[in-house]
Design a protein around this ligand. Structure first.
Ligand code: 2AL
Length: 245
């Protein structure tokens, strides 16, 4: 299968890191196609960044090569609903995928993310996806997203410390990593913490493969139907939908 892997930010290094994490768990017959928007923020650390990044995700889905599934690899799941209108292939956001996987493994989980200001974005998703009864807390580390690119020991230690505190304070049984840039740290954190640590990138890749193997596609009924044909103006003009789409 062909898996379109969208990094919604414009850090080429992060796109490569996410692709490596995806390929590590992908089945031998899964071809990972990594892409990133042609415009937008280098990292996504707030509502404004996310608004621009969502348009970048829409752009990449609109110009996507043939694919069987799509993964949106940013923990805010930017543009997820838009992408589900734009392709019938299953689309998974890494936050939604990680929440589902964590709830198979523990009655309660905690999220450990990057900047504290992004905690509310994850909390909004917890509510949107209906995981209020499973997510027991969202915790920031104030590590900037791009600092994760080096994946240094300092990051690992800080995330481990935040996760230990979260497990105790929230009485959680599992940790969800709240940034695609943390994927490379997942194995070492699992070893150190001794509880399930869920990286949304690998969770989404395996769920995408599962949905594809089951022959399941996004419903075209209701709000996930294709966008209505109409004129788009300005820079968005090429993204418009026509009657031929
Ligand atoms: C993210 C992420 O996964 N990618 C990015 O640029 N920002 N999420 C986050 N909470 O920092």
């Amino acid at each position: 299968m062909k898996l379109l892997l969208i990094n919604p930010n414009t850090s080429t290094a992060m796109t490569a890191g996410i692709a490596a994490a995806a390929r590590l768990v992908a089945a031998p017959d899964t071809e990972v196609l990594p892409v990133q928007p042609t415009f937008g923020p280098r990292s996504i650390e707030g509502h404004f960044d996310e608004a621009i990044a969502a348009a970048g995700v829409a752009e990449q889905v609109r110009r996507a090569p043939p694919h069987d599934a799509v993964v949106i690899a940013c923990f805010g799941d930017p543009g997820l609903d838009a992408a589900r209108e734009a392709t019938r292939a299953p689309v998974l956001g890494i936050a939604e995928a990680a929440f589902h996987v964590a709830s198979f493994l523990a009655t309660g989980f905690s999220v450990v993310t990057t900047m504290t200001r992004t905690c509310v974005i994850a909390e909004h998703l917890v509510h949107k996806y209906g995981f209020e009864r499973r997510c027991r807390g969202v915790h920031g580390t104030d590590i900037p997203v791009l600092a994760l690119e080096d994946g240094g020991a300092d990051c690992l230690d800080a995330i481990e410390a935040a996760a230990r505190e979260a497990l105790a304070r929230d009485r959680s049984g599992a940790i969800v990593l709240g940034c695609a840039g943390m994927a490379a740290l997942c194995a070492r954190l699992t070893e150190r913490l001794g509880v399930p640590v869920i990286d949304g990138v690998s969770a989404a890749v395996k769920l995408a493969e599962g949905l594809t193997a089951l022959g399941l596609r996004t419903s075209a009924r209701g709000d996930y139907a294709a966008p209505l044909p109409k004129e788009y103006t300005g820079w968005a003009a090429p993204l418009r939908w026509s009657a031929q789409d």
